[in-house]
Design a protein around this ligand. Sequence first.
Ligand SMILES: [Zn+2]
Length: 69
Amino acid sequence: MTDTASRPGAAECPQCGAPDPLPIHYGYPEPQHIRAALRGEIALGGVVSQPDPPTFECRLHDCGYTFSV
Ligand SMILES: [Zn+2]
């Protein structure tokens, strides 16, 4: 378990343990980001001012936990 942290999809939700969390796209979403979000491939984080926003969002709607890896 040395080189998995940088690979998207390698993590799991620390809240519920669901695998394959969605990478969060920050900033104003372009059309391709919106399409990807509708396909369930990414999450849209919008414009944030936090210095270190979370990088992943749990793909389970009931959970929705956001976290960094
Ligand atoms: Zn979760």
